[in-house]
Design a binder for this molecule. Structure first.
Ligand code: 15L
Length: 276
């Protein structure tokens, strides 16, 4: 049986994944916080992603890593830098030093949050992060690309929407990922023989999706769930946000936060100086 390391195992996504993968793999859980209740087949090693020595200890001897650890929201630069940027580097570098070839990286819809909701985007679009958090996820994706090309690692980047037992609001109807679809995607990332560097969208088969997830489909992903069953109830109670930009862009409130200009308006043309 393969041993799979899950970083950030104490978080919400980690908890759903542990339950869904139980019995399929030996799970090594790691987090800065303790994971108290452990199921059969789970072991725990405490570790801080911000410390390379911890990550070297934690990644030793595993077959693959699911890297969920780090800040999962927008946050102050110092925190994002330490946990998501330095932390991500530490996980990839520790894996390389220990000869662990396969990493599944939990990137986010916020790596592309500045695309509009009336656009359908695939895995080949250039990133448009909507926050420091989104930017850190773009860093992680590009780090994965470097480690795949330079060191031959197999890197599977999942741009996760929102993992929840059920979609929670209108925006999440488009980006919802059910726990069992998350597990299906993770199993593809662990098992697929031909992965070198891939970006896929971590979303269920939602009718209102903003993504062309053909890269995931090419690798065998067949989501079981579709948020549409929840749509009537969610739409009935939906009220548009006060800031219209929240409804225009895929990143929602992440886009509108701390905004210094209106991204939907073209930049004013700079006047040419007339020469005398
Ligand atoms: C994310 O990337 C976050 O980790 C999660 O907490 C949600 O905010 C999610 O995106 C979302 O966009 O709903």
């Amino acid at each position: 049986m393969k041993t799979i390391l899950i970083t950030g195992a104490a978080g919400d996504v980690g908890s759903h994944l542990r339950r869904e993968l139980a019995g399929a793999y030996a799970l090594r859980l790691s987090d800065i916080r303790p994971v108290k209740k452990r199921a059969a087949g789970e072991t725990f090693i405490a570790g801080d992603v911000g410390r390379l020595a911890d990550m070297v200890r934690v990644t030793k001897g595993v077959d693959a890593i699911v890297h969920l650890g780090g800040f999962s929201q927008e946050g102050p630069w110092d925190a994002i830098l330490r946990t998501n940027i330095v932390g991500c580097y530490n996980v990839f570098e520790a894996a390389r030093r220990n000869g662990v070839k396969r990493i599944l990286f939990a990137t986010s819809n916020h790596a592309v949050g500045y695309y509009r909701r009336d656009q359908t985007i695939d895995h080949r679009v250039y990133p448009k992060p909507d926050s420091r958090y989104g930017l850190s996820k773009v860093f992680g994706e590009q780090l994965g690309s470097l480690y795949a090309d330079k060191y031959g690692m197999q890197v599977f980047c999942m741009r996760i929407g929102n993992v929840n037992p059920a979609p929670v609001d209108k925006r999440r109807l488009s980006i919802w990922l059910s726990p069992r679809d998350l597990a299906q995607l993770v199993r593809i990332g662990i098992e697929h023989p031909d992965i070198r560097f891939e970006i896929v969208y971590g979303v269920s088969g939602n009718q209102r999706s903003w993504y062309d997830n053909s890269n995931a489909q090419r690798l065998g992903y067949r989501p079981q769930d579709n948020s549409e069953t929840q749509a009537p109830e969610i739409l009935a109670r939906h009220r548009d946000a006060a800031d219209p930009l929240v409804e225009v862009y895929q990143g929602g409130t992440f886009v509108a936060a701390e905004l210094g200009g209106d991204p939907s308006k073209p930049k004013p043309k700079t006047r040419k100086r007339s020469r005398k």
